[in-house]
Design a protein around this ligand. Structure first.
Ligand code: ATP
Length: 435
């Protein structure tokens, strides 16, 4: 499969089957915005839940927050975002299209070959006003990263929980960046979701001290992504060169993925030093040593939309089954939006439909996740539809079910079916969908 072709196929599948739709579509869309439909939403939730479980619930040193998106403008003044969070913008003098200068390979307009203007700094934060008066004093920004929502709550966490160092804060939420050229489906959007951790450590006396924590997080990040189902060979760690580091970072590793449109950043890991706490004038009192100091920070930062896209690219498969071409999403069962689909063999046989509804109810009540009932179209079509959305198991109720209370369970990847007693379905499904 040609890689550029693959992206088109994924976009089309996402729209057709209810994963992701273009934002404000009926009004011609709004560039850089995407709406997640029922299946995309569930895939996203499954990834979020896995992240939260791994990095918050399974640890004893993490504190979750859900901070406001609108924050006092002083936050962005002291962090340097108002003065420094910009991309280099150039405009074509002929067709007046605008581009990010650092994304261009030549010095001419990639669309019409026209001459380009000098680079200008373009601040990427969205502005709005809080309250009824539209003046400078009421100006606020939509947060361009979730990180600051954690730093501004640092003192609250210390006062409520008295954590010992090292400890971390975690947040999942929306971030907004007025990207000059949103592109590559959801990869570069203007509104997206981040999952970030700020991990506070004692100010290091030697380089090795922060490097050790950094290396721990490097492994943690990679292991979790690989466990989600991203092939190790498609992931690459890039040590960002000094001259390309963000203004707050002393070291950054970008975890890149071979997307269908090329190798690009999936998530990042940065050593932010005491940059943020210093700017916010926040410190920590160590009860044991009776010292007051500013902790340093290691920040793993994950982009949820990019993870969804990478997982879709990884899972997208085409093969031939029973002499027919098919598309299937080989998602891990624990991530699949629909866990099980239940079908009556025929729609117009009342006994089959009634029995199938009963089986659906039983499975639904014992399964963690969505169980879908489908009686639309012939059985082959129903299997194909579920393959295309990555449903790991299809359960079919047929005439034998009425005789001996057994059903067929079909495996998505192999298409193989086995007969199972209805009473054994719940435990069989439970055992397999947590994988
Ligand atoms: P890029 O270089 O691709 O613009 P970045 O280095 O500016 O990304 P960070 O500031 O490190 O990104 O943000 C952390 C994570 O947030 C990224 O690794 C990415 O997954 C996600 N992210 C950043 N910008 C976008 C965007 N415009 N659309 C979707 N996800 C994004």
């Amino acid at each position: 499969m040609q890689e550029s072709n693959k992206l088109e196929k994924i976009i089309s599948l996402c729209k057709r089957r209810g994963f992701v739709f273009p934002g404000s579509e009926i009004y011609g869309g709004l560039a850089g915005t995407w709406d997640y439909g029922p299946l995309g939403l569930m895939l996203k939730n499954n990834i979020k839940n896995s992240w939260w479980k791994r990095f918050v619930e399974e640890r004893d040193d993490m504190y979750g927050v859900d901070a406001a998106i609108l924050m006092n403008s002083h936050v962005w003044e002291v962090t340097g975002h108002i003065s420094g969070f910009h991309d280099p913008l150039v405009e074509c003098k002929k067709c007046h299209k605008r581009f990010r200068a650092d994304h261009l390979s030549g010095d001419k307009c990639p669309d019409c070959g026209g001459e380009l203007t000098e680079e200008k700094h373009f601040n990427m934060m969205f502005k709005t006003n809080a309250g009824p008066v539209d003046d400078t004093a009421s100006k606020v920004y939509l947060r361009p990263e979730t990180a600051q929502g954690m730093f501004v709550n640092f003192k609250n966490i210390i006062d409520s929980f008295h954590p010992k160092l090292p400890f971390g804060m975690a947040q999942i939420g929306k971030a907004f960046r007025n990207e000059i050229t949103p592109k590559d489906f959801t990869f570069r959007s203007r509104e997206f979701e981040q999952m970030e951790i700020e991990y506070f450590i004692k100010p290091p006396k030697k380089e090795e001290e922060w490097q050790k924590e950094f290396e721990n997080w490097r492994k943690e990040v990679k292991n979790w992504i690989v466990e989600l189902g991203i092939a190790e060979k498609s992931m690459h760690e890039l040590d960002v060169p000094q001259n390309k580091l963000a203004h707050y970072s002393k070291k950054t590793v970008d975890f890149e993925y071979d997307f269908p449109f090329g190798r690009n950043e999936l998530c990042g890991l940065a050593y932010r030093t005491d940059f943020d706490l210093k700017n916010h004038k926040l410190d920590y009192y160590d009860e044991e040593t009776k010292e007051r100091f500013m902790p340093h920070v290691i920040e793993p930062s994950f982009g949820l939309d990019r993870l969804v896209l990478a997982l879709l690219a990884e899972a997208y498969n085409e093969d031939e089954l029973g002499g027919e071409k098919r598309v299937y999403l080989k998602l891990k069962p624990s991530l699949a939006p629909v866990k099980v689909a239940v079908f009556p063999l025929l729609k117009n046989k009342l006994e089959l439909v009634e029995k199938a509804k009963k089986v659906w109810r039983t499975i639904q009540s014992t399964t963690d996740g969505l169980v879908m009932f489908d009686d639309n179209g012939n059985i082959g079509k129903r299997y194909r539809r579920q393959d295309e959305i990555g449903t790991p198991f299809c359960v079919t109720i047929d005439f034998d079910t009425l005789e001996n209370d057994t059903v067929t369970v079909r495996d998505r990847d192999t298409g193989k079916q086995e007969r199972v007693k209805v009473g054994e379905l719940a435990s069989l499904i439970k055992k397999n969908i947590n994988k």
